[in-house]
Design a protein around this ligand. Structure first.
Ligand SMILES: [Zn+2]
Ligand SMILES: [Zn+2]
Length: 237
């Protein structure tokens, strides 16, 4: 009895790791980015040997294939599982936000801690309760709903004077909790209206006004933010 408990615990721990890798690979894939073990290690904050060992195991188990340039690709099974993992993660984030009012910057890490053991039945209830949402609270589209966000543009594409509404903080930025806290403290979250004050490529910064307050953003941070531009109506006098 004791033995079987410890076996299932280690199996579920391994599964949680694999699930995190699958979701990340899915994110890379839908952005058209090449996934290699080094990028996975960087993003997940683990060593390269650790990432390489997991990748090897995942290839052995049929979740991924690795081509001769060391690029990692999801197999159809891996892709299906990754979509399920992402859907689960997004639904729990939404539940934490909409029902429990958990601070926006905590949603991603809280959902990560909870998501690996919730049943499909409960998930279905959450999905119905939340009226079949299209995006997570950071504005990232559910797998299969990418069209819903396709018309949003990167903040870094805007010019001084342009106004827009923040719609999305890219899922790859969600892994940095310091960044999420910074964005939350400055109201740089989906739904906030902003105005670009200036863009200084030579300084790698831009200044925006969010909720009436000026905020200086490094272009390395701004690149994760997607907005819906507000059309300016110019009246001729
Ligand atoms: Zn998240
Ligand atoms: Zn999210």
């Amino acid at each position: 009895m004791r033995k079987s408990t410890s076996v299932s615990a280690s199996q579920s721990a391994a599964t949680a790791t694999v699930e995190n890798y699958l979701a990340l690979l899915c994110s890379f894939e839908r952005d058209g980015q090449t996934a290699i073990a080094t990028r996975l290690a960087e993003q997940l904050g683990v060593s390269l040997p650790t990432a390489s060992a997991t990748v090897k195991r995942m290839a052995r188990d049929g979740w991924i294939s690795i081509d001769n340039k060391k690029a990692i690709h999801l197999t159809p099974e891996g892709c299906q599982m990754a979509a399920m993992v992402m859907r689960r993660h997004f639904l729990i984030e939404l539940l934490l936000r909409k029902v429990l009012d958990v601070p926006w910057s905590h949603l991603h890490s809280e959902a990560h801690a909870l998501e690996h053991s919730i049943s499909d039945d409960t998930l279905k209830r959450i999905q119905e309760k939340l009226d079949n949402p299209l995006t997570c609270p950071h504005g990232n589209p559910f797998p299969g709903e990418e069209k819903a966000v396709a018309h949003w543009v990167k903040l870094v594409q805007l010019q001084p004077g342009d106004r827009a509404v923040i719609r999305r903080i890219h899922e790859l930025a969600e892994d940095s909790s310091d960044l999420l806290v910074f964005l939350e403290n400055n109201a740089l979250m989906p739904g906030t209206e902003i105005m670009v004050r200036n863009v200084m490529p030579f300084n790698e910064t831009m200044m925006v006004e969010a909720g009436g307050q000026p905020v200086v953003l490094g272009l390395g941070v701004a690149k994760w933010i997607y907005v819906e531009p507000i059309k300016q109506v110019r009246v001729r006098r």
